[in-house]
Design a protein around this ligand. Structure first.
Ligand code: FMN
Length: 204
């Protein structure tokens, strides 16, 4: 009799353990499936692209470049030249937010479509004169980020995120449901380990 009870209890216990494991696995898969991720980035010389790649490796999200309809050449990016394209953009107003310069994005519709079905939107950019480039303003002003979790990231030589993320947010198409996380500057292309640790911390 005693043996029978022990046997029955063991069967119930094993069954409960299997059920718990299956439930946990299902929850994990669902959590993964339910979070659609878009990784948008603008990059002049490839550093921010490198950071975006690491984010893609970790999240398996969809990586989409913010493409200038008129791509930036090396001469365009020469910020030591008072006549270069970036200098003219910079000098068009005291801040990019106040400027009317909004370089056209050739793949804006594809970006809008990808963002529409995403839950989490990473937005990456290089720091230009302490701010996000004007083209990234074009992005946040025209792509609906209502209800999304927005994760800004950037690269630079030495400047921090500064107000770049807050200033983008102030101009962005967002709603009260939008969760705009703190921006992260990687300075150069980060190691995979650095990015993994950062993203694990974000999802806690
Ligand atoms: C127009 C322009 C302005 C820049 N301004 C800054 C700056 O204010 N502070 C800084 O640390 N780096 C500045 N940089 C350097 C870039 O932020 C840095 O090289 C960045 O990693 C480039 O990223 P990308 O390769 O994705 O374009 C500037 C670069 C350019 C082209």
């Amino acid at each position: 009799m005693k043996n029978k009870i022990i046997k029955s209890l063991s069967v119930i216990l094993v069954f409960a353990m299997v059920l718990t494991t299956v439930n946990m696995m299902t929850a994990k898969v669902q959590a993964k499936q339910n979070k659609k991720i878009a990784i948008l980035y603008f990059s002049g010389t490839g550093t921010t692209r490198g950071a975006a790649r690491r984010i893609k490796n970790k999240t398996k999200g969809r990586m989409i470049e913010i493409k200038a309809a008129d791509p930036y050449t090396d001469d365009d990016l020469d910020y030591g030249d008072s006549n270069s394209r970036v200098t003219k953009e910079h000098e068009s107003a005291s801040t990019p937010a106040e400027s009317t310069v909004r370089p056209e994005i050739s793949n804006l519709n594809a970006i809008k479509k990808a963002v529409k079905s995403a839950d989490i939107v990473y937005i990456g950019y290089p720091i230009w004169w302490g701010e996000a480039p004007h083209i990234v303003y074009n992005l946040v002003e025209n792509v609906n980020l209502s209800g999304k979790t927005v994760v800004p990231f950037c690269t630079s030589i030495s400047s921090g995120v500064g107000d770049s993320s807050d200033n983008l947010k102030a101009n962005a198409k967002i709603s009260s449901q939008t969760k705009w996380l703190d921006g992260r500057n990687f300075y150069s292309i980060p190691s995979q380990k650095t990015v993994n640790k950062w993203i694990n911390g974000l999802m806690d």
